[in-house]
Design a binder for this molecule. Structure first.
Ligand SMILES: Nc1ncnc2c1ncn2[C@@H]1O[C@H](COP(=O)(O)OP(=O)(O)OP(=O)(O)O)[C@@H](O)[C@H]1O
Ligand SMILES: [Mg+2]
Length: 237
């Protein structure tokens, strides 16, 4: 099986050389745990190896994404000029979930990246509005029903992404420390091929990375201590 390197020093060794090509990997963690940096590092690593990357943000402007990347010396503008990377911001508030899914797929088909990042599924789930067809027209739902539809939409999205078997994808999801789930929608951890958890032990000032699941991979699942430094995330031990 072809492996796609993660971009995190020492992580490849823990997952038989990288993510299985075509996999959809969920990166889960609390606010500030490093999800965006982790995902961006995957694309930067790809760009260095000639893999085209597409980053779709549902919460930040393109300008903010680029500013954050600058902190680590990642010049996204330069990579975009070379057509190695594309950064897109999709503001999904008041948008319909079905339309957003179609838009994501259309962006992917147009650019055909080797590496794709969707940041984050939680924002997508919280802000999109759900329209259902009822007998006399359209009705907006935003209750328990709505959540069930979002869950279904997330599973559909993951399936549609997996259908691109040459594209390896990272999707991020926000979650509070201590939650028994790995995503707010509580289904993406089952739908995705891999789950990586980033956590912060605030009392000890420590950051941890755990490979919770990785399809077709013999991996360790003990937490590793990580650090966010000048070049992004590194595993310390
Ligand atoms: N230059 C830096 N050096 C060290 N640590 C940094 C640096 N820049 C950011 N950080 C750390 O990384 C965190 C932000 O990482 P990132 O944006 O990837 O988190 P996130 O999990 O995506 O958060 P959110 O849920 O808010 O989107 C900051 O809160 C800070 O702790
Ligand atoms: Mg983020």
């Amino acid at each position: 099986m072809k492996r796609i390197t993660t971009g995190i020093p020492r992580l490849d060794k823990l997952v038989e050389g990288g993510y299985p090509e075509g996999a959809v990997v969920l990166v889960s963690g609390s606010p500030g745990a490093g999800k965006t940096i982790y995902a961006m590092q995957f694309l930067i690593d790809g760009a260095r190896k000639g893999d085209k990357g597409l980053y779709i943000s549902f919460e930040e402007s393109v300008k903010n994404v680029k500013m954050q990347a600058d902190e680590f010396g990642w010049n996204l503008d330069a990579l975009e000029r070379k057509n190695q990377l594309r950064v897109v911001s999709l503001m999904v508030a008041h948008s319909n979930i079905t339309k957003v899914l179609d838009e994501i797929e259309s962006l992917v088909r147009k650019f055909m990246p080797k590496r794709l990042v969707l940041d984050s599924l939680s924002t997508l789930g919280v802000f999109t509005e759900i329209e259902t067809q009822v007998d006399h027209g359209k009705e907006l739902l935003s209750n328990v029903f709505g959540e069930a539809i979002i869950r279904k939409a997330i599973i559909t999205l993951v399936e549609r992404l997996r259908a691109f078997d040459t594209i390896t994808t990272i999707v991020t999801s926000e979650l509070q420390e201590g939650s028994p789930w790995y995503s707010r929608d509580t289904v993406s951890e089952f739908a995705c091929d891999g789950v990586v958890k980033l956590s912060k032990i605030d009392a000890a000032g420590k950051r941890l990375l755990t490979v919770v699941k990785m399809r077709a991979t013999k991996h360790q699942f003990l937490p590793k201590t990580i650090e966010i430094g000048d070049k992004g995330i590194v595993i310390l031990e």
